[in-house]
Ligand binder design. Structure first.
Ligand code: ZN
Length: 331
C-alpha cells in the first residue's frame, strides 16, 4: 500500500513541479512526507496512531490537490495534458490581453498600408457628412440590410455559409475585405495628421483561427474550475463564438497605436482610442462594441475593435449612438 501511495505521490509531485515554483515546493514537501511516513509507519505499534498518521497524510494530500484545477485531475490525465492549462494561465494575464492575441511582427502601420496600396484602386473615400435635416424622416430608406457592408454578424447571426468576398492584403498574411483597404488607409492617414500612429493588429481571421482562440479561452475558464456551460458563457462574452465573428467577414479590425499596444479598456482613454471613437465614422468605421451596450451586442466593451459599415451608415450610428444591431432594426 505504501509503495502504491508513493507512486501516486511521485506522479503528483511531478505534476506540481510542472506547475512552477510553488509546485516545486509542494513536490519536495510531499516526497519528504512519503519517505518519512514510510519509515515511521513500520515503527508505530498502536493502530490508533497508524490511523492518525494516515489521516494527517490525507489532509496534506487534499490541501495540496486543491491547488490544482479539479477538471484535470481525472484518471486519464497525463503530464502533457496537464501542462496545457498552465500555459493558458500565463496567456490569460488580463492586464495584457483581454480577448485576442497577436504576434509582435503581425502588425501593420500606415506605411505598411500605403506600400500595399499599389495593388488597389485608390478610389476616393466619400465622407458623407452632408445628410440634410429634411432627409431625417427617410434616413434609413437608403440602406438595405443585405448590403455587404451592413452584414450583421453576431451570436444570433452567424456568418452565412454562402458569403463570398475578396480578400485583400494589408501586409504579409494580414488580410481584410479588399473593398475597405482604401478607407482604412485614409483613416490611418487622417489619424497621422492629428499625431496618432495607428496600428492594425488583428484583421481578417478564418474560422479555424477563431476556433483556436475560443477553445483556448474555454480551457482557461475550465482550468479555473468553471463548468462547461459557465466556461462557455464567460468565454463567449470575451471571444466571439466561432462562426459568429466579424473578423471572419474581413470587415473588422483590431486597432492599437504605437503608444499603447494592449487590447484592454485602457486603450479607449488613450489619444488613439479617443481619436478612433470620434473620427472613425468619417471613414466608414464604427466602434463596434461600445461601453454600456454589452446587453445589445453581447460582447464586452472593446475600444480597439472597429467595423466597416460605410461612411453613410457610420455617420448615422455615430450621431445617434447606435450599435449595428440597433441600426439594422430600423431598416
Ligand atoms: Zn476584434
Amino acid at each position: 500500500m505504501i509503495s502504491q501511495l508513493k507512486d501516486k505521490q511521485i506522479l503528483f509531485a511531478k505534476k506540481l513541479a510542472a506547475k512552477g515554483k510553488a509546485g516545486l515546493f509542494f513536490a519536495t514537501l510531499f516526497l519528504a512526507l512519503i519517505i518519512i511516513s514510510g519509515k515511521i509507519w513500520k515503527k508505530i505499534k498502536y493502530p490508533f496512531f497508524q490511523v492518525v498518521s494516515f489521516a494527517l497524510i490525507c489532509v496534506f494530500f487534499v490541501t495540496g490537490t486543491s491547488f490544482i484545477p479539479i477538471t484535470i485531475m481525472d484518471a486519464d490525465s497525463t503530464l502533457a495534458e496537464y501542462e496545457a492549462p498552465v500555459i493558458e494561465k500565463e496567456l490569460e494575464d488580463d492586464e495584457y490581453i483581454k480577448t485576442e492575441v497577436y504576434k509582435e511582427d503581425d502588425v501593420a502601420s500606415l506605411d505598411d498600408l500605403i506600400s500595399g496600396l499599389n495593388d488597389y484602386q485608390t478610389a476616393a473615400v466619400t465622407n458623407n457628412n452632408d445628410i440634410k435635416a429634411d432627409d431625417e424622416g427617410d434616413i434609413y430608406s437608403r440602406f438595405d440590410k443585405n448590403d455587404w457592408n451592413l452584414l450583421l454578424v453576431n451570436k444570433q447571426h452567424p456568418v452565412p455559409d454562402d458569403y463570398i468576398f475578396s480578400l485583400g492584403t494589408i501586409k504579409g498574411s494580414m488580410k481584410c475585405d479588399e473593398r475597405i483597404i482604401v478607407n482604412l488607409t485614409e483613416m490611418f492617414a487622417g489619424a497621422a495628421k492629428d499625431g496618432v500612429n495607428l496600428i492594425v493588429c488583428s484583421p481578417y481571421r478564418d474560422l479555424s483561427r477563431q476556433e483556436y482562440l475560443f477553445d483556448r479561452k474555454m480551457k482557461t475558464y475550465i482550468a479555473k474550475g468553471y463548468s462547461y456551460i459557465d466556461a462557455y458563457k464567460e468565454a463567449s462574452a470575451v471571444v466571439t463564438v466561432p462562426g459568429a465573428s466579424e473578423h471572419q467577414i474581413g470587415l473588422s479590425l483590431d486597432i492599437i497605436s504605437d503608444e499603447y499596444s494592449r487590447l484592454d479598456e485602457g486603450f479607449g482613454e488613450t489619444k488613439a482610442g479617443l481619436w478612433l471613437r470620434n473620427n472613425s465614422y468619417k471613414y466608414g468605421f464604427i466602434l463596434r462594441y461600445p461601453k454600456d451596450k454589452e446587453d445589445i451586442t453581447g460582447i464586452i466593451y472593446e475600444p480597439w475593435h472597429f467595423r466597416y459599415v460605410g461612411s453613410d451608415a457610420a455617420g448615422i450610428m455615430y450621431e445617434n449612438n447606435l450599435t449595428l444591431e440597433e441600426f439594422i432594426e430600423n431598416l
